[in-house]
Design a binder for this molecule. Structure first.
Ligand SMILES: [Zn+2]
Length: 241
């Protein structure tokens, strides 16, 4: 007997398909990432209305089909996050957040904390455009690394355990490294290190501010960690000079 999944979901991607359908990439609390087809969703009188756009937080019933593609049979909107579509910066930050989740968590394995983190990020972007700042975007990614089980070691040298003279970062070593172990590392200054510790330890909205240099170093640490340990390439947040 085919199953029906009754679940909350966030629409990561919504792709036109055929004459009138949409294929949705959804992130759910209990079923991880799921793909579903919404038949007739692009017809003028579709019962789905406009509820199947990216960033929508919905409650849906997904009917299990053959293979991996479910069929959407019912959708209610929990939040449309309409306000985040008013600014290029919040729209872009939301797209990058959904893209990072899609790349790091691409299976049905449940990660309810990732769902809550993404819902929180979208709600913040929707509530005030100030939340599009880079520090929050990096904090979001760092928390994703934590959920993926690949958060970098920050308290002591990832090679030798030394707690002083931490001045580099090595994704291969798994975190910060000291002056004697920095062979394969790039420089991570005190401010960049403090940012990573603060961003990981605080709620998303309270991500510490930092200089452009520190944020660039933190982004490099996050990006190289995702590449080295999850073989995932994240889209850059900061423009590279
Ligand atoms: Zn060391």
């Amino acid at each position: 007997m085919p199953r029906s999944l009754r679940t909350e979901a966030i629409v990561l991607r919504s792709i036109r398909y055929g004459e009138a359908d949409r294929i949705l990439h959804l992130y759910t609390p209990g079923y991880g990432r799921q793909a579903a087809i919404a038949k007739g969703a692009r017809r003028a009188r579709s019962r789905f209305g406009a509820r199947l756009e990216p960033f929508f937080h919905i409650r849906a019933i997904l009917h299990e089909g053959r293979g991996d593609l479910h069929t959407v049979t019912s959708v209610d909107t929990i939040s449309a996050h309409a306000a985040l579509r008013d600014h290029a910066a919040t729209l872009d930050a939301a797209a990058r957040a959904c893209d990072a989740v899609a790349r790091l968590f691409e299976t049905p394995e449940p990660h309810p904390e990732v769902f809550r983190l993404l819902a929180n990020e979208l709600a913040l972007l929707d509530s005030d455009a100030v939340h599009a700042r880079t520090a929050i975007g990096l904090s979001f990614r760092l928390k994703l690394l934590l959920a993926a089980g690949i958060v970098p070691q920050l308290a002591s040298c990832a090679e030798c355990g030394e707690t002083d003279h931490l001045q580099g970062f090595s994704a291969a070593a798994g975190g910060v490294v000291c002056g004697s172990c920095e062979a394969a590392a790039f420089p991570l200054n005190q401010e960049g290190h403090s940012f990573l510790v603060g961003a990981l330890g605080r709620p998303l909205a309270q991500a510490p501010d930092a200089s452009d240099l520190a944020l660039a170093q933190a982004e490099r640490a996050i990006t190289e960690t995702a590449e080295h340990h999850a073989h995932v390439r994240l889209r850059p947040l900061l423009a590279r000079g």
